[in-house]
Every structure is written in C-alpha cells, then in structure tokens.
Design a protein around this ligand. Structure first.
Ligand code: ADP
Length: 495
C-alpha cells in the first residue's frame, strides 16, 4: 500500500497509495488505479487507488459512524482543538517532505511550497483549532416567560472536493473549519495531484483523530466525486474547482437539498489609475497573475490601465516579467515558474494564447511553449496588449501565466470593464486617492478587493466570490458559518 520514492532533491519517503478510510489505507473495491505524472519530466511518479461508488459508500459510512461515536461526538471543543494543534505540529515537522511531494506532483516551485503552502496548512489548522472552544450560541432574552438560547451544532458528514492548484492548502481550508465545528469528513482529492494529502492522512492518524473522522480518497470526478455529492448520508458538500463542475455539483446536491459551499472560477480585474504608484502596480500585477504558474482562481488576469500611465505601466510590467518570471525546474532555487500541472492544462493555455493571436491581440511577451531540456508542460509567461473586451483572452478563465492588458479613459469606464464578466471573485485597484480607492472598491462586483496589492490573501480574512464565482465563504470567522447549524431552543418558563 506504500511505495518508496526519492525526489530530485534527494528527499526520500514512503508514499501511501490507498484510500484512507477509518484511519487505514485500503485498496479500491475493484483495485482500479490511476497514475500521477510529474509535469516537469512527463514521467509517471506512481499510481494510486481510485475510489469506486462502493468505496465512497464505505467512506461515508465510516464518517457517519464516527460522527455519532462518543470518541468524537463527546469531545469538547478544547479537545478537538488540541487534536488539530497536534496535526498542525506534525505538518510543520514534515514540511520538507510535504513540499517535496507538492513540487514533484504539482510542479510548483519547492521554495514556494516550503515557505508558503505548507506553513499555510499549519496556520489554518491552528487558526481553527483556536476557534474550536470559542464558537458557541447565544442566550436571547425575550422576557421572563421564555428562556431562549441557540446552540451551534455540526452539520454531520461533509463531502469535500478539491482541485489541483493548491492540493495541501485547499484541503486545509476545508478540513480546518469542518473539524473545528465537530463534523466528520470525506475529502476527495484531485486526480492530477493525488499524493501530498495522502501523506497528510498518515499524520491525521498519528495526531490521534478517532477512526472515520477524516477520510481521504482519490478518485475520478465523475465517478467518486459524483457519488459523494449524491450520497444520501452526506449532509454538506464543499467544492472548489471550475464553474462548470460547480454548476453540476449544485444540481446533483439539490436532490437531497444538501448544504453547499462553492468556490469556482474567476477573471479578476486589476485596475491602475493615472495617480497610482506605477512601480508598485507593476510589482503586484506580476505577483497577481504569474504566481503559481498562473493557476490561481483569483489571478488578476485582466489589467485595466488608465490612458495617462498606460505606456509607463506596460514598460514597467514587461520589465518585471522579464526579470522575475524565471521559468525552470521547480526544484531549482532560482525558479519562479514551473510547469503547468498537466498536459491538458498546458494545451488549454496554449489554445487560449492561439485564440488571442487569431483575434488580433499583440503578443508583447511569450506566447509559446517553453520546454526545459525538451520536456515538461512549461509555457512562456505571456502578455497580450491591444486587447478588446470581446476577445476570449479577456473574457474566459485561462488558468495559466497569461495576461491581457487594456486601457481605459474614465473611472466609470474602468468599473464597467471590471464588472463586465459573469465572474466575481477577486479584484485589485491601484490609486493614491484614498476616497477613490474605497469608492471603487464598493462598486466592483467581487467577493474580495485588494487596494494597492493583489492576491495577498490571508487565512484570517474571508475568501469567496459573488456571481458565478461561488456561494459562501471560506477562511476567517465567516468560514465557520459553512460548517454548523444554529439550533434554537425555546424553554417555557411558565410550565
Ligand atoms: P478542472 O477542470 O480544473 O480539472 P474540476 O472543477 O473539473 O477542475 O475539478 C475539481 C474537482 O472536482 C476535482 O477533484 C474533480 O475530480 C472534481 N470533479 C470533477 N467533475 C466532478 C463531478 N461531476 N462531480 C463531482 N466532482 C467532480
């Protein structure tokens, strides 16, 4: 059920391959597997077991039993928090191996995985561990005839489905609040990146969580994912992924009226006004679209620049991309941008680049594959100018290191352009005018607005979208609302 792996950085570990159900790794019922591919070398890393609908049923039964079992149900919030703190400590102790797996399986730079992604997991667990004994109901004073109070109770079994762009962090964002509130979980990982969270599963057991509280499975979306969403004993579905899949999940979850949280796609604008600090705007514009190989749902992929600073901004941004976006082996310290996660994503990004060219935009930088030693799903960081709002590269989520720059004349035009999208996840704006900054922030239709930065999200601050970018919030105190019911209790004091 495990295989010994060694990464190019010399790190060795025992990689679990099974479905983690009831604190044990097991085979899938028909022993089906799928391979995980290293996007840097295009070679197979190993194959993992892929859950069938029957396996999902087994995992849900384990979670349901654990939900009712005293070993979990009777724990106080303080005790649940202690388990989560222990898990956070184990994640920190295993940071190097987790960052290595993430780099190998996803293609993200090792240094980023080690200094940003793994610490985020521990931070999220610690943050919600702190809430576990501080998240309770109210006494509502309605006069002496009635004593009324509310209790926050867990929802039950949560089916959680995550994507491949941040395998560790997306899992932590979902597990943290769910466990804090006393739920049990069946977490389905993304097919493209099945490995790092299986290693975390070992740590879940080591931390002392009772069997069945956290179940972690791999499987195909249409098979295992759909079975989880439709399962009658799953009380809640939390999903992060594409808008198209989010809509399907919403439909499937409606059959049993499940509580849902969805975090889906985006085409986030970044607006630069004439009075902005242009160098600052260019720095954050680079971070906002080129980090994580451009595979970020909140990536600020549309740069809207006011006419007066357009030329200056474009020159400054171009220089940043040329200087900072070093493409290469993700295990190299100097690498900023690794490969796209899969061949399919690589081809998808190149397809969008081709459409930009065909629709008449100008390729100012990149616009082509960038294989390393003839291998890997690398795409040159790509900047388009002469973009029209009707072009696909301006309207559709590319999910790669590819940005479209457009100019505008007035604040009103900027707001119209920013809001002219079916999405509403993030937005950024750059200005030195304090009043305008807050005014425009309110006008932009998005779940999150960054003023004079981009994509510096924080686990203490709510994350989520409006319009077709999602339903509900993760992170921060708001993230707790997705994982408990408020039960009202009325006591007749005249009885
Ligand atoms: P992408 O297109 O980037 O692969 P998806 O939204 O399709 O993103 O996938 C995100 C997650 O949703 C993955 O874990 C995937 O397996 C899962 N998934 C895909 N299709 C379905 C489905 N029909 N039902 C449930 N889960 C699904």
């Amino acid at each position: 059920m495990e295989v010994q792996l060694t990464a190019p950085n010399g790190k060795m570990w025992s990689q679990p391959l099974g479905l983690f159900i009831n604190n044990e790794f097991v085979k899938s019922s028909n022993e089906q597997k799928f391979a995980s591919i290293n996007p840097t070398t295009e070679e197979e890393i190993c194959s993992v077991f892929a859950a069938t609908a029957d396996d999902v049923d087994t995992a849900v039964a384990a979670a349901r039993k654990a939900f009712k079992d005293a070993s979990w149900k009777s724990l106080s919030g303080t005790e649940r928090g202690a388990l989560m703190l222990k898990l956070a400590d184990l994640v920190t102790q295993n940071a190097e191996v987790l960052a290595t797996i993430e780099c190998l399986d996803n293609g993200k730079p090792y240094s980023v995985a080690l200094t940003e992604n793994v610490p985020e997991v521990a931070n999220v667990f610690r943050y919600y561990a702190g809430y576990a004994d501080k998240n309770f109901g109210q006494v509502i004073d309605v006069g002496p005839a009635k004593f009324a109070y509310t209790v926050k109770e867990p929802l039950g079994v949560c089916g959680q489905i995550i994507p491949w762009n941040y395998p560790l962090d997306m899992a932590a964002w979902k597990l943290g609040p769910a466990l804090c509130c006393g739920n049990t979980v069946v977490l389905k990982l993304a097919e493209q990146t099945p490995l790092s969270m299986l290693y975390v599963a070992k740590l879940v057991k080591e931390a002392g969580f009772p069997p069945g509280v956290v179940n972690i499975i791999n499987g195909h979306g249409r098979e295992a994912g759909a079975a989880l969403v439709q399962h009658p004993h799953v009380d809640k579905v939390a999903f992060t992924g594409s808008t198209a899949t989010g809509k399907e999940i919403m439909k499937m979850a409606s059959a049993t009226m499940k509580n849902i949280t969805l975090e889906t796609g985006g085409k986030s604008p970044l607006v630069v006004f004439d009075d902005a600090d242009v160098d600052l705007a260019a720095t954050w514009s680079h971070i906002g679209i080129m980090s994580n190989q451009g595979q970020i749902c909140t990536a600020t992929s549309r740069l809207l620049v006011q006419e007066g600073v357009y030329d200056k901004f474009v020159e400054s941004f171009k220089a940043k991309v040329q200087e900072l976006s070093v493409v290469g082996d993700p295990f190299e310290e100097s690498t900023f941008q690794g490969p796209q996660v899969t061949k399919a994503q690589y081809e998808r990004v190149l397809g969008y680049i081709q459409s930009g060219k065909e629709e008449g935009a100008t390729v100012m930088l990149g616009g082509e594959p960038a294989p390393q030693k003839g291998k890997g799903f690398f795409v040159a960081p790509t900047v388009f100018t002469d973009v029209k709002p009707s072009m696909k590269i301006f309207r559709e989520e590319i999910f790669g290191p590819c940005v479209a720059i457009i100019s505008f004349k007035t604040e009103e035009e900027a707001i119209d352009l920013a809001n002219n999208t079916t999405y509403g996840l993030g937005a950024a704006l750059f200005t030195r005018d304090l009043v305008r900054a807050h005014r425009v922030a309110r006008e932009i239709e998005a779940g999150m607005v960054w003023i004079n930065s981009s994509n510096d999200s924080d686990y203490r601050i709510p994350f989520g979208g409006v319009k077709q970018s999602g339903i509900g919030r993760e992170l921060g105190e708001a993230g707790l609302a997705a994982y408990s019911n408020v039960k009202s209790i009325h006591v007749n004091m005249t009885a």
